[in-house]
Design a protein around this ligand. Structure first.
Ligand SMILES: Cc1cc2nc3c(=O)[nH]c(=O)nc-3n(C[C@H](O)[C@H](O)[C@H](O)COP(=O)(O)O)c2cc1C
Length: 406
């Protein structure tokens, strides 16, 4: 049976399950037999997905765990083993992508930012709650929240802390960097940077109320005339924050201009708590460069990881074999389908595909069909064509090197 997104809408549940797991096996995530075993072991949908991931994690460990070397740094009493971390990115750093980055070497996980106003429902369902689901292998797991209302921030953080095991985070992070007008101008995100007193109140209340470590992610200030990052960093530390992540731009810059690594170095000098530097890490070598320049404890990587999660394994895009790229695309898609369901999973995967495609043989011919195709079966066929193109390219390269056709 060929699996397609429509299958969920039209087929019986058992048929869908069988087809989905068969497809996941077919596209190379796990063998059909193992996938069905995973399904049998995990009857409820959530457990089933985790079953798939567990098998994936067991079968495909890309990088040796760095745990033998000891923690790279601590978030209060939580050890972090590694110095490169996937940035929180709305619309990108969801469970499937985080899991892939974590498996390739990202040292801890941050959710996308979540508005505390959207977490009011008693039921742990809905879009905002979906953003807060995670896999145990992602821990230390940080939930990033934002909001303008002090009481709502504190009450929601306390509620998140008290979620059942497996749903509760290890760390709560407050976003003070979002530049989007509707958020910042209401006093949330980077809007908080204009109110250092409010930051002090919120962090004092959060750290007194919560058992979990509380951290903050900031920008350098509102604009070039209001770069108050030193003041804000000291306030955060004084009020109990356990880590500060610094994006080296102001709110006004959004993503324009170079990130100011000197300012990140100043923050590192100004506080004792760990500092994560962020902004303009585009290649593997930038990770070491930023650390050397700023002395920061770790480096946060955002846009450069989209389409190139191998950056966490120390590989540039060009160093990854096309066949491995396609294999990972299939795995990522399978995780998306399982996490979001067929149609949504496929739609949400498009933006990742666009980035994965860069530099693949046949990229131009594949781009439009891949970004517009409406069924998983069609997508799978297109990836099959990409695999063929990649194999052809590899054979040509081998013939050029050896003088013999491969
Ligand atoms: C699409 C997108 C979504 C983002 N969403 C968030 C978010 O939810 N929370 C946050 O703290 N930062 C968010 N950011 C900012 C990134 O975490 C990071 O600070 C920024 O991209 C700079 O790092 P980079 O140069 O490595 O991309 C987002 C950035 C992008 C491009």
């Amino acid at each position: 049976m060929t699996w397609s997104a429509e299958c969920f809408a039209t087929g019986g549940l058992a048929a869908c399950r069988h087809a989905l797991f068969g497809m996941i096996g077919r596209i190379g995530l796990i063998s059909p037999k193992r996938s069905l075993d995973a399904m049998a072991l995990a009857p409820c949908p959530r457990r089933r997905m985790f079953g798939i991931m567990q098998v994936m994690l067991a079968e495909q460990r890309f990088v040796p765990t760095p745990e033998a070397a000891g923690p790279a740094f601590w978030v209060r009493d939580i050890a972090v083993y590694g110095r490169a971390v996937l940035s929180p990115m709305d619309g990108y750093s969801d469970l499937p992508f985080r899991l892939i980055c974590r498996e390739l070497g990202s040292a801890m996980s941050y959710t996308e930012f979540v508005n505390v106003d959207e977490l009011r429902s008693r039921k742990l369902t809905g879009k905002a709650w979906t953003k807060l689901r995670y896999h145990p292998s992602e821990r230390p797991m940080t939930f990033q929240i934002y909001g303008h209302d002090e009481d709502a921030l504190v009450e929601t953080a306390a509620r998140l802390q008290d979620l059942p095991p497996g749903r509760a985070p290890d760390i709560i992070d407050l976003n003070m960097g979002c530049y989007v007008k509707s958020i910042a101008e209401r006093g949330a995100g980077s809007g908080m940077l204009c109110q250092p007193d409010k930051i002090a109140r919120v962090f004092t209340r959060l750290t007194q109320r919560l058992r979990l470590p509380v951290t903050g992610k900031i920008r350098l200030g509102w604009d070039e005339h209001n770069r108050n990052y030193r003041q804000v960093a000291r306030i955060l530390e004084d009020c109990g924050a356990s880590l500060i992540a610094v994006h080296g731009r102001t709110k006004a810059q959004a993503y324009q201009g170079a990130a100011d690594w000197d300012a990140i170095a100043e923050v590192k000098q100004a506080v004792q708590v760990p500092v994560i530097g962020n902004g303009d890490v585009r290649a593997v070598a930038d990770i070491g460069r930023m650390r050397a320049h700023t002395g920061c404890d770790a480096v946060m990587i955002g846009r450069a990881a989209i389409g190139n999660p191998w950056i966490f394994a120390g590989l540039e895009r060009e160093q990854v074999r096309p066949a491995d790229k396609i294999k990972l695309m299939r795995q990522h898609l399978a995780l998306n389908l399982d996490f979001y369901g067929g149609q949504t999973g496929l739609l949400l995967f498009r933006k990742h595909s666009a980035k994965y495609l860069r530099g693949l043989p046949g990229e131009e011919a594949l781009r439009i069909p891949l970004l517009t195709c409406a069924s998983v079966a069609e997508f799978d066929d297109l990836l099959g064509q990409a695999t063929g193109a990649a194999a052809g390219e590899a054979a040509r390269a081998s013939a050029l090197t050896t003088g013999h056709p491969a």
